[in-house]
Ligand binder design. Structure first.
Ligand code: ZN
Length: 376
């Protein structure tokens, strides 16, 4: 298991949680099965209490960018590129020397008030592992973000969860990350439940912090902030807050930003550095999750290329090319159900990348949580 803290230098709760849990493990380290790594993220930024110094370390992990940075001369790398280089080398070393299954967990905090929540790419392995925790799960944020750290692990096909534990400097954010770390070690089989006598207590603690919400949500909208834009969120908004139609959320370059319909607000920005002003999310109904699990099991997408306007982009069959003029009946949500995420390629073409076909399900198929049906 690999735990990351402080990838955003102003989010040090994860770093502290990892240190605390490791301290506690010392006396019974011999009971640990497998290997547990704690990886400290953007150290130069952490030392200066900044989110980042040159650029956001959590936006560098696209395949192209990683290859580019790994091949760059040392002197030409900026602060975050240097951090990325070192972390990437470490991850590769762990994967090369340790034995699977692997679990990647990345700790974050938010600038606004929030209950704790999980973010994942919607592959079934991620969904099933996330279901073990009594917190809400937000799907699909990676379609809106370029190059978060976990996209790399998802592309390698491993279980990868982001955990947002609370507001940046709140003590509860550390406690929630510690609880999450301990629970995940037990769930993944790294630590026998008997070694965590406080298991029920910390489970209840997380459940209470999440206010009993353990539903699925999907990201519907992202307010992008281009460089130099003047953005000010109105005060007092909370993460997951329901906002009515016409509510003024923020002022951007002197213009009021209002909601077009009743919405659920997600990650409102209450700090200077950041590329997103806020997101809007919506609940995913239980039946939709069930339908999508069945559709993926049956690999219904294998038949899609028989239809006009849909073809495989190459022989690996991991990506679909969709001509949106011809295949106009198929909406984004239809492809989401089958486990695809989209990238628009110009006006009439979408590239659909399948999360299920890259997920290494066979590595996890003997794990108890993979075989179970989660909370239900
Ligand atoms: Zn973060």
């Amino acid at each position: 298991m690999l735990f990351f803290g402080g990838i955003h230098g102003n989010e040090i709760s994860g770093v502290k949680a990892i240190e605390n849990v490791f301290q506690g493990l010392r006396s019974h380290a011999d009971r640990v099965k497998g290997s547990i790594y704690g990886i400290r993220g953007n150290i130069p930024a952490q030392l200066r209490r900044k989110r980042f110094l040159d650029e956001d370390l959590n936006r560098l992990w696209t395949t192209e960018r990683v290859a580019n940075i790994m091949g760059k001369p040392v002197a030409e790398r900026n602060v975050e590129e240097t951090e990325m280089f070192e972390i990437n080398a470490l991850i590769k070393e762990v994967i090369r020397t340790a034995s699977p299954p692997f679990y990647f967990i990345d700790f974050h905090t938010t600038s606004g008030k929030t209950k704790p929540f999980i973010t994942i790419n919607d592959a079934m392995i991620n969904r099933k592992f996330s279901l073990l925790f009594p917190v809400p799960i937000v799907l699909g944020i990676e379609e809106y973000l370029e190059g978060p750290l976990l996209s790399l692990m998802n592309e390698m096909g491993y279980v990868s969860l982001g955990f947002e534990s609370g507001q940046h400097n709140e003590l509860s954010a550390i406690n929630n990350s510690m609880a999450f770390m301990r629970l995940s070690m037990v769930f993944a089989g790294c630590l026998p439940k008997t070694e965590v006598p406080e298991f029920e207590m910390i489970f209840a603690q997380l459940k209470k912090a999440a206010m009993g919400d353990s539903g699925f949500y999907e990201v519907l909208y992202r307010r992008e902030l281009s460089k130099g834009t003047d953005f000010k969120m109105l005060p007092g908004f909370k993460n997951f807050q329901l906002v009515g139609k016409g509510t003024v959320l923020a002022v951007q370059d002197g213009v009021e930003i209002k909601t077009k319909k009743n919405s659920t607000l997600f990650m409102p920005l209450y700090q200077d550095q950041g590329n997103e002003g806020f997101f809007l999310i919506g609940p995913v109904p239980k039946w939709a999750l069930l339908v999508s699990a069945i559709a993926r099991n049956l690999k219904i997408d294998s038949w899609l290329t028989l239809l006009p306007g849909i073809s495989w982009s190459d022989e690996t069959k991991e990506r679909l090319l969709v001509n949106t003029k011809v295949a106009r009946f198929f909406t984004k949500s239809f492809f989401h159900v089958l486990g695809y995420r989209n990238r628009t390629l110009g006006r009439s073409q979408m590239m659909m990348h399948n999360r299920e076909r890259t997920a290494k399900n066979e590595l996890y198929k003997n794990e108890w949580w993979f075989k179970s049906n989660g909370k239900d």
